[in-house]
Design a protein around this ligand. Structure first.
Ligand code: ADP
Length: 734
């Protein structure tokens, strides 16, 4: 294959590939040229490139250079010049003395500087404001002058729009036609995007690691702040939180890399609490939930800490919110020592980190709450005498807390892995179990399910078990619940039940006895009465005065006995012959009592008045008897000369009716207030006041049956008031 003909423009293109970084061997292989050939092209190209910066007025070749060569290279130079101009990469040249010779349009565009302002200047002059950048370039150049070849290094440089860019500076020396180092050519590749992706990854990795190793925000934050500052070159930072109680913002943690000037500024921040508002760095960030950038803290109106920050040598600041969804949980702020133009990328990175921290805080909060509730649960179960159990979705017991064996003495092991009904319970029948099982299969809660188990010692142990179904994501997972040992209660109940039954039995026996006795006594009594009368009628003439007087005693005794028996019968009937309680008008009961007492009222000329009486829940016959006994007593225990006045009143106390029967009679001494309600208790002889001493005992028994109370208030010599109550709600009463 005949060798390709290379024109100057094609040669220049090949050389530029090398200047852009392609290796010599790759270029030679690709274009099928010899390395020596490539090197000579390159040498020629670089020599020519240096030429245009020379004075243009020389219309003839430099001394010693043949015209043909000179013309050839001028043509090549023109082409190379065009190519370099067209390159999208910023390129510049400088001479051996360090003064810049030229640059392409891409260079001008990149730095925002016209090449005229640059040609003839050294790096030190160009970077007068940023001596550290100048020094770095200078060092690379010096190194190249000493060891010609190529060099590359990374550098952050400020550009015209005020932002900082990451650049990869590539430099190569070139020689003149004589092979002497004539200068260097440099290309600048903007690696900001790559660099930022790396930085963001570095920060995110560090933050992720710190958050995963921390339990609280307080623990994580200094590391997070350091990761941010160290990776991006910011001086210090702090976390702010929303203080709910004080309704303000509080500085929680800070990081300043150990710089004392920053430490005192951060310490001042930490003592500051802000009220929410629309100005300032933190207030704006937290208020809006968006990042905020301050180019120069000293010049920012409304930024309260601006002056202090400036005194600490800080210039720019920015802050971003810590968010969880729409909730703003706090903010991170950072300060830079140099003025920084707002950086979209940095703000976006901040927002991403803020979300990451927000999730972390939500998670740690949830974990804290979980730990707290677990601790609470633990202390609850530790302190409770109840035990805790769990069942799986097959209703098999999977867990039983230690309290079970402590309380019952029963080993839970045989129950684990089995269903409740797999073990016998003397108190539960097949159908009881079936009902319980059906309830569990319906996944319903249950309360106080009583199970009798047999302990190793053969004794019964009574358990009361309650449980609720457990669902996870709406899926039934089993049951959990508590159990309690109710053996003592059960035994107590049994004893109480037996005692109650015994009492009820003996009570009814007694009532039966009282009834039968008084009933049966009436018969012989009637006989005594009738035969005494017969004796009196037939033999009255044959009896002497003594015998007649004795007869009188017998009749009197029989009459009293009759009264006594009747009263006793009435007393025993209160319990045995009572009617069911019903809604009845108390007025009707009072009216009947007054009818029954009419004779006594009239002969004593008693004046009985009353309130309008309500409907009550009562046995109306017994209520009549109650009024009758109380009013009867009021008339009976009168003062000799005063006209009798009796008043029946009633009061509504809310839950009950309170009745009263007042008189202006002889009254009762306080020490007898209780005694008079007992059977046969009288305060007077029969000669003074007739009676059996059973009336008030009947009253008490009637009121007791109605679940009311009865008592007396009295002023001896002035009168008495008997009170009794009837509950309005008589549910469950007989
Ligand atoms: P009795 O009326 O048959 O004596 P009660 O049981 O009705 O029996 O009354 C017991 C006692 O209470 C009476 O003997 C009397 O001393 C006293 N007592 C009852 N009601 C009154 C009253 N209204 N005023 C004064 N004392 C009374």
């Amino acid at each position: 294959m005949p060798g390709r003909q290379w024109d100057p423009a094609s040669k220049a293109k090949v050389v530029l590939e090398g200047l852009k970084g392609r290796s010599e061997s790759a270029i030679c292989k690709h274009h099928r040229i010899k390395p020596a050939e490539y090197r000579s092209w390159r040498k020629q190209f670089l020599a020519n490139v240096a030429r245009p910066m020379e004075p243009r007025n020389s219309a003839r070749p430099p001394s010693g250079m043949p015209r043909r060569v000179w013309e050839e290279s001028a043509k090549a130079l023109h082409v190379a010049q065009e190519l370099i101009e067209a390159l999208p990469v910023p390129v510049f040249f400088k001479a051996r003395d360090g003064k810049h010779l030229g640059a392409n349009r891409a260079w001008e565009a990149y730095f925002g500087v016209n090449r005229d302002a640059f040609i003839g200047r050294t790096v030190r002059e160009l970077f007068a404001d940023t001596p550290e950048i100048a020094a770095k370039h200078q060092a690379a150049d010096d190194d190249l002058w000493n060891n010609p070849g190529t060099r590359s290094y990374e550098l952050e440089v400020p550009i015209a729009d005020g932002t900082t860019r990451h650049t990869l500076n590539y430099k190569a020396t070139f020689t003149d036609a004589d092979g002497k180092i004539a200068g260097l050519i440099g290309a600048i590749i903007d690696i900001t995007e790559r660099k930022r992706a790396e930085q963001r990854q570095t920060i995110e990795h560090r933050v992720t690691r710190i958050l995963s190793e921390s339990d609280t925000a307080a623990e994580a934050m200094p590391g997070v702040l350091a990761a941010f500052c160290e990776t991006l070159g910011w001086a210090c930072g702090a976390r702010w939180s929303l203080d709910n109680e004080a309704v303000g913002f509080r500085c929680e943690e800070t990081w300043g890399g150990g710089d004392p000037a920053l430490a005192s500024f951060l310490a001042e921040s930490a003592q500051t609490t802000f009220q929410p508002g629309q100005a300032g760095l933190i207030r704006r960030t937290l208020g809006r939930g968006e990042p905020v950038w301050i180019v120069d803290v000293a010049g920012e109106a409304g930024f309260l800490r601006g002056k202090r920050a400036a005194r600490a040598g800080l210039r720019s600041a920015f802050a971003f919110p810590i968010r969880l969804g729409d909730d703003v949980l706090g903010a991170l702020e950072f300060f830079h020592r140099e003025t920084q133009a707002p950086d979209e990328w940095l703000l976006k990175t901040g927002v991403a980190i803020g979300l990451q921290i927000g999730h972390f805080m939500a998670r740690t909060q949830a974990e804290r709450e979980l730990r707290y509730s677990e601790a609470r649960f633990r202390s609850l179960t530790a302190l409770s005498s109840d035990w805790y159990w769990e069942q799986d979705e097959e209703l098999r017991l999977t867990f039983m807390s230690a309290r079970f064996v402590e309380r019952t003495g029963i080993d839970p092991a045989p129950f684990i892995g089995r269903k409740r009904w797999d073990q016998p319970a003397p108190n539960l029948t097949e159908s009881d179990w079936a009902r319980h099982r059906a309830l569990l299969e319906r996944h319903e809660p249950f309360f106080d399910f009583e199970i009798e188990r047999v302990a190793p010692d053969g004794n019964s142990v009574w358990l009361s078990v309650s449980g609720e179904p457990v669902f996870e994501d709406r899926k039934f997972r089993g049951y959990r619940g508590v159990g309690t040992d109710i053996t003592d209660r059960k035994r107590g109940q049994a004893v109480l039940r037996a005692a109650y039954d015994e009492l009820a039995r003996s009570n009814s026996e007694l009532q039966q006895f009282a009834y039968v006795a008084s009933h049966d006594l009436q018969e012989p009594l009637r006989m005594i009465g009738s035969y005494t009368q017969l004796l009196e009628r037939r033999y009255v003439d044959k009896l002497d005065a003594d015998a007649r007087e004795f007869m009188g005693f017998i009749v009197d005794g029989a009459t009293r006995m009759k009264q006594l028996i009747e009263d006793l019968l009435a007393y025993s009937r209160v319990g045995t012959r009572g009617k069911e309680l019903q809604r009845v008008p108390a007025q009707a009961a009072l009216d009947r009592a007054l009818v029954n007492l009419r004779a006594a009222i009239e002969s004593a000329r008693a004046q009985v008045t009353h309130d309008a009486l309500p409907d009550v829940s009562a046995d109306d016959t017994q209520l009549t008897q109650l009024f009758q006994n109380l009013i009867g007593n009021a008339i009976k225990f009168k003062k000799p000369d005063d006209p009798i006045r009796v008043r029946v009143g009633v009061q509504d106390t809310g839950s009950e009716w309170r009745f009263s029967v007042s008189d202006n009679g002889i009254g009762i001494e306080p020490q007898y207030y209780e005694r008079i309600f007992m059977m046969f208790q009288r305060l007077h002889t029969r000669d003074e006041y007739p009676g059996t001493g059973i009336g008030l005992a009947i009253c008490k028994k009637v009121v007791d049956r109605h679940r009311g109370r009865i008592w007396v208030e009295s002023a001896p010599g002035k009168g008495s008031t008997f009170h009794f109550t009837l509950p309005k709600n008589q549910r469950g009463q007989s």
